[in-house]
Ligand binder design. Structure first.
Ligand code: HEC
Length: 163
């Protein structure tokens, strides 16, 4: 009897551990970036509030899904480049923008000097990016904004413009 109780206890512990192993995200120990704040409701003009045009465009595109507030995290390995608004990032993971309320994260990586954008669920880091043209979660939509606006975003990273 006692032995089987132990067996049950060990099984429960193993399950608890396995369940928890998904709780961590790759950006958990990264450095906080400049980009953070509440996503204002649709129709809010952020320009008089100190926002700039790229932020206004971001609000206009994403307010509809009510994504709640967001926070950015930058890979400590590239923090030096981020701080000096460098244009060249090494291959690898660069930064994330976490929308906790809706459980998704926008990710920017670099490969051969080019940015790679994606949208992942926080729960299991699976891509929920869209392939529909013009969709707010289509990586091409990310690209158009991050790479226009007169070079506002340095190295395809936008939060560093406020440093
Ligand atoms: C209309 C413009 C626009 C679009 C579209 C857009 N972003 Fe951004 N992105 C921004 C701005 C502006 C910031 C900084 C926010 C702030 O200043 O608070 C930002 C921040 C980020 C960050 C945090 C790191 C950084 O660059 O500072 C990531 C990661 C990111 N975006 C990825 C994406 C991905 C992935 C998509 C597409 C699913 C996307 N973005 C779509 C404008 C945009």
């Amino acid at each position: 009897m006692r032995k089987s109780l132990w067996a049950v206890a060990i099984c429960l512990a193993v399950f608890a551990f396995a369940g928890n192993s998904f709780a961590g995200n790759y950006w958990d120990n990264w450095t906080k970036g400049k980009a953070q704040g509440p996503m204002p409701d649709c129709g809010v003009n952020v320009l008089p509030l100190g926002g700039d045009q790229i932020l206004q465009d971001t609000v206009d595109i994403y307010c509809g899904v009510k994504p709640g507030s967001y926070k950015s995290w930058i890979n400590p390995k590239v923090m030096k480049i981020y701080k000096r608004k460098g244009k060249h990032y090494p291959d690898g993971k660069t930064g994330v923008l976490v929308f906790k309320t809706i459980g998704v994260v926008f990710t920017t990586d670099h490969k051969d000097g080019k940015p790679v954008y994606d949208v992942l669920t926080i729960a299991d880091e699976k891509s929920v990016a869209s392939s529909e043209p013009g969709h707010p979660l289509n990586p091409n939509t990310c690209k158009v904004c991050h790479e226009t606006h007169g070079g506002t975003c340095k190295g395809f990273v936008c939060g560093n413009r406020m440093l």
